[in-house]
Design a protein around this ligand. Structure first.
Ligand code: HEC
Length: 196
């Protein structure tokens, strides 16, 4: 009986230590992150685009968490400085991702600010990146015989839209690109420009 009590007490102790290290300490550290200085809240169009990003599973191939220099060459890859908790202050749920089949997108808005490029790339990635394995998202667009007033016409490199047809972005594509363009955490991570 004596030994069983010890075993139980030891088990409880290990469990509480693990809970402290894995739940309590991280919670206390990042429970209420202040937004990184200069980070703007998402607009409603960007939030709609964020829902598109979630709905189409972009997170299954793209991370949003550049790592520190000593962990990975993300800075050298052009993906930006290591992210800090404040970078995700307006992200609920966060879209950190775990897979990097494609590049990290935390700073894609700064790296590629062109709406036209993003729209064309979503319609047909292989029109821009030879051999790209990213899926195309043609259902976010409409092929019309003639563009109507207010339509956002997407121009692709030659050979990707049948002659005589015009490619028009649907609202979902426009919102998604607004979100991608808002992904920009190139401001200093900590006040005063200190590295994290
Ligand atoms: C099956 C994996 C996969 C999925 C799903 C995927 N992508 Fe990609 N993505 C890639 C790969 C691989 C590349 C690199 C080649 C290229 O640029 O096409 C890429 C590139 C990109 C780029 C250009 C990045 C850069 O640094 O130039 C953007 C922007 C992008 N993807 C956005 C998206 C969005 C938005 C979605 C969801 C609608 C998405 N991707 C879904 C694999 C994926």
């Amino acid at each position: 009986m004596h030994d069983e009590t010890k075993l139980l007490a030891g088990g409880m102790l290990m469990l509480s230590l693990a809970t402290c290290a894995l739940v309590v300490l991280p919670y206390l550290t990042v429970r209420d992150p202040k937004p990184t200085e200069g980070l703007k809240p998402y607009t409603s169009a960007e939030l709609r685009g964020r829902s598109q990003y979630i709905a189409h599973g972009c997170v299954s191939c793209h991370s949003q968490q550049p790592r520190a220099k000593k962990l990975a060459p993300d800075l050298a890859r052009g993906w930006g400085r290591a992210s800090v908790a404040g970078d995700y202050a307006y992200d609920s749920p966060h879209l950190l991702g775990t897979m990097r089949t494609g590049p990290d997108l935390m700073n894609i808005g700064a790296r590629q600010p062109s709406e036209a490029w993003h729209l064309g790339h979503l319609y047909q990635p292989r029109a821009y990146v030879h051999g790209s394995i990213m899926p195309s998202y043609p259902f976010l667009f409409e092929l019309k015989e003639k563009a109507e007033a207010g339509d956002l016409v997407v121009k692709l490199p030659p050979g990707h839209v049948s002659p005589g047809l015009t490619l028009v972005a649907k609202q979902e594509a426009i919102d998604l690109v607004a979100y991608l363009k808002a992904l920009d955490r190139t401001m200093p991570a900590l006040p005063g420009g200190a590295a994290p």
